[in-house]
Design a binder for this molecule. Structure first.
Ligand SMILES: *[C@@H]1O[C@H](CO)[C@@H](O)[C@H](O)[C@H]1NC(C)=O
Ligand SMILES: *[C@@H]1O[C@H](CO)[C@@H](O)[C@H](O)[C@H]1NC(C)=O
Ligand SMILES: *[C@@H]1O[C@H](CO)[C@@H](O)[C@H](O)[C@H]1NC(C)=O
Ligand SMILES: *[C@@H]1O[C@H](CO)[C@@H](O)[C@H](O)[C@H]1NC(C)=O
Ligand SMILES: *[C@@H]1O[C@H](CO)[C@@H](O)[C@H](O)[C@H]1NC(C)=O
Ligand SMILES: *[C@@H]1O[C@H](CO)[C@@H](O)[C@H](O)[C@H]1NC(C)=O
Length: 744
């Protein structure tokens, strides 16, 4: 029995010990409080982001120094930041005797929370020290101190002052030692205290070597990935397999932090999509009362296809036109006729209409600056003409863009390409780098509003940004950068003289608050397409026709979406292919060339030199359009062939491609004949009863006539054997058709 008794005594003892432990934990968990202290002198975009992540996790945050002038150093690379210590020292005086208070001092402009206060407290207790500093792999600002650091087996070795956590009395004992100037270096101050072995022991200090709480991104971008959970996103350090709670974009990793913060803690998730997209959205019904004035800057710096269509699209913006103020810079003599026409027809439609022509000889950057200085209005819309919306910018997307973010652009992509108007990441030297999410954003697999480092072609800037954050900037001119690069860099960064030399990571310890304005791209709607301005040859009469390789969809009606085929006679198929404009341009091009064959039997253009059933025509080859025409046949006609003559695979090859002109004065009709083709296409290029009378086509075998061809529609019928046909007489005016004998 004694043995049993002693055993139960032991059990009792163990139970008590556990209870005490439990109580201690309960006591600790309930009594210890976490207070976040941060220094911010201005409410930058980064500050708002920090506060948003803090309030998501219900942190108690006290902001020190708001409204004070920043004195903690002038440029990013010099030392500074003492002001932060001074403000912390002042704040800690009142908290010095609160033994249960845990103070977390962090930067705010370039930092977000990925987890909550309970987790921080738990991890802090596990660290079993009174003061814990963030750590990083790069030493700053005094490299000579490296040897003085305690050696560690693994982990980040050096102190970073962007994050400190500790019991209030201990933090107080650290910062109360401050007696330097506001522009002295805070990190050096903390480093020296930490490196003093005596202080390290008495103040019970250590570093968060393995990123349990603090993740500094400088030098560690490759270690950190997004970790998607249910309804919540974290960052994971893959080297230490930790889930850090405080993520700090120190040094030149701001862009990477921006990328992470597009997701963390719940900004975008697979389950719920974008949760912040509707923040700051403006009530459209309120907007109706007073629409902001918008300066629409259109910058034409090179020959640009489809310019008249672009102008027409401006007219379809469902926005009060008197609130739209047009500023057009045109550097191309070729486009003066287009602008002149648009101006004559619409100058009174807009609030104002200003054109600066090629004679001013402005550089691209100067022209854009001029547009921006021209702003006397609330918001600025800056549109580059290298961009065209296939569907036009309609009201809802355009209004959604309006006063929503300081700088925001609609995502526009080049048709069926991954090419778009933004970059998801920057390389170290400031050029394109592909981000993990770039393709998903372009393909709209992830939909939202994305903080990105660079965009071009089309974006909207709030006038207030130009008057405040970017006031002293030469917005669009910076070194040798193109205007968009200059503008984006000016927006991202704080002072124009920074980063003149290419930055090395360790020279980028950022102490002064970055004033960077966040730039967003939205893909919440399909805003349209980017056209390609490459290879735009303006030596033709109607140059846009030749864009079939570069910008196919803009030239032709898209057949791929909905092939709409009628069958007016047996095995004669009838479907739309060309827009009105394409038809007019083909006719215009032919009449401009002007050498119609006259419909004679002798024909030098064909092998043999003799045509049995001649028409009054011009071959595509004669105007240099045969390559383009064959491309059109392969891209747009072949799919229809496969659909209507199933099992027949066309080579899409044709020698005879021509436009025929029927008119009572010259040749009015064509006698019954077969074509030297497997199948023939015959496209009406103008309107019956408007441009001509009569006309049409008759297929003898079936006693079937089609007397009302539709402009832009094509017939397709077998060429030999079954479909003997004739061109019915045109009785008045002029009828044009385009014909191809395919697979001869
Ligand atoms: C923050 O507090 C609110 C209200 O008490 C609560 O609904 C919410 O769940 C808390 N958030 C977190 C992340 O704990
Ligand atoms: C630091 O403090 C913890 C208690 O918070 C204690 O267990 C540990 O021994 C101390 N370390 C040093 C080096 O004094
Ligand atoms: C236009 O400006 C460029 C560079 O500023 C200069 O080289 C060129 O001579 C100018 N052309 C005319 C026609 O003034
Ligand atoms: C532009 O087109 C003209 C006429 O077809 C041709 O002679 C010229 O080589 C083309 N230019 C380019 C750069 O392709
Ligand atoms: C051809 O059709 C027309 C009416 O569409 C009819 O009047 C004529 O008799 C037909 N001819 C033959 C040979 O069937
Ligand atoms: C031909 O068309 C013109 C213009 O539409 C019209 O004035 C004229 O009377 C027409 N001629 C005939 C013979 O129908």
């Amino acid at each position: 029995t004694s043995f049993l008794a002693s055993k139960s005594q032991i059990a009792f003892f163990l139970m008590t010990a556990t209870l005490i432990k439990l109580c201690k934990c309960v006591f600790l968990c309930f009594s210890e409080k976490l207070l976040v202290l941060t220094v911010a002198t201005e409410e930058t975009d980064g500050f708002h982001r920090f506060m948003k992540s803090a309030s998501y996790f219900n942190y108690t945050v006290k902001v020190l120094g708001m409204g004070e002038a920043w004195k903690g150093g002038d440029v990013g690379r010099s030392i500074g930041g003492g002001q932060k210590v001074r403000l912390l020292k002042e704040a800690m005086e009142a908290l010095a005797d609160q033994e249960d208070l845990v103070v977390l001092s962090v930067d705010s402009y370039d930092l977000i929370f990925a987890g909550g206060p309970e987790e921080i407290l738990r991890k802090f207790q596990q660290a079993n020290h009174k003061v814990l500093f963030a750590a990083e792999g790069l030493i700053w600002p005094d490299k000579r101190l490296a040897d003085k650091y305690p050696s560690i087996r693994s982990g980040k070795r050096y102190l970073n002052s962007g994050g400190i956590i500790g019991y209030a009395p201990y933090i107080n004992r650290v910062v109360s030692q401050w007696n330097l100037h506001d522009n002295d270096d805070d990190q050096l101050f903390y480093t020296k205290i930490y490196l003093d072995p005596l202080q390290r022991e008495t103040l019970n200090m250590t570093l968060d070597h393995k990123c349990q709480i603090f993740q500094n991104l400088n030098g560690a971008v490759d270690e950190v990935l997004l970790k998607f959970g249910t309804g919540r996103v974290r960052v994971r350090n893959t080297v230490y397999d930790s889930l850090p709670v405080v993520v700090h974009g120190n040094g030149n990793t701001k862009m990477y932090l921006n990328y992470l913060a597009n997701y963390v803690p719940n900004a975008w998730t697979y389950e719920n999509g974008c949760s912040l997209c509707d923040d700051d959205i403006v009530d459209l019904s309120q907007l109706k009362v007073s629409y902001p004035n918008v300066l629409v800057g259109v910058f034409i710096e090179q020959p640009t296809p489809f310019l008249p269509e672009f102008f027409q699209r401006l007219l379809t913006l469902d926005y009060p036109k008197d609130k739209l103020n047009l500023f057009i810079h045109n550097n191309e003599v070729y486009h003066e006729k287009h602008i002149q026409k648009f101006w004559e027809e619409n100058r009174n439609v807009f609030g104002s209409f200003k054109v600066v022509g090629p004679e001013e000889n402005l550089s691209q950057g100067e022209a854009r600056n001029m547009g921006m200085y021209y702003i006397r209005w609330l918001a600025v819309c800056e549109m580059l003409l290298s961009f065209i919306c296939s569907d036009g910018i309609t009201i809802s997307p355009f209004c959604l863009l309006l006063p929503y973010r300081k700088i925001i652009g609609p995502l526009v992509t080049r048709h069926s390409k991954l090419w778009s108007n933004f970059w998801g990441a920057l390389s170290l030297d400031g050029y394109y780098a592909r981000s993990e999410d770039y393709v998903d954003i372009v393909q709209r697999k992830r939909v939202g509003v994305w903080n990105i480092p660079y965009m071009a072609h089309v974006y909207l800037v709030k006038g207030s940004v130009l008057r405040n954050e970017l006031k002293e900037r030469n917005y669009f001119v910076l070194e040798k950068l193109d205007p968009d690069m200059a503008f984006c860099r000016n927006s991202r960064e704080m002072t124009s003289h920074r980063e003149k030399d290419s930055p090395s990571p360790e020279s980028f310890h950022m102490l002064r608050p970055p004033k960077g304005v966040f730039m967003y791209i939205t893909n919440r709607h399909d805003f349209g397409r980017l056209i390609s301005t490459a290879n735009y040859n303006i030596s033709h009469y109607n140059n846009d026709l030749w864009q079939i390789f570069e910008n196919p969809v803009s030239v032709h009606r898209s057949l791929s979406d909905r092939v709409f085929v009628l069958q007016p006679c047996p095995d004669v198929f009838w479907f739309p292919v060309f827009s009105e404009k394409a038809c007019d341009e083909i006719v215009g091009e032919m009449e401009h060339y002007g050498s119609w064959s006259g419909g004679r039997h002798e024909d030098k253009r064909i092998s043999g030199g003799y045509e049995t059933v001649p028409t009054d025509d011009i071959h595509m080859k004669q105007i240099g359009f045969d390559k383009e025409w064959l491309h059109f046949i392969r891209e747009f006609i072949s799919p229809v062939t496969l659909k209507v003559f199933s099992g027949y695979y066309t080579k899409g090859y044709a020698v005879m491609n021509f436009v025929v002109k029927y008119t009572p004065e010259r040749q009015a009709y064509l006698r019954p004949h077969h074509d030297s083709s497997t199948f023939t296409i015959n496209i009406a290029l103008n309107n019956k009863d408007r441009d001509f009378e009569g006309g049409g086509c008759r297929f003898h075998r079936y006693n079937c006539s089609i007397s009302s061809p539709r402009k832009g529609w094509s017939f397709m019928h077998p060429g030999r054997l079954t479909h003997l046909h004739e061109g019915l007489p045109t009785t008045n005016g002029t009828r044009y058709i385009a014909v191809s004998f395919i697979d001869p």
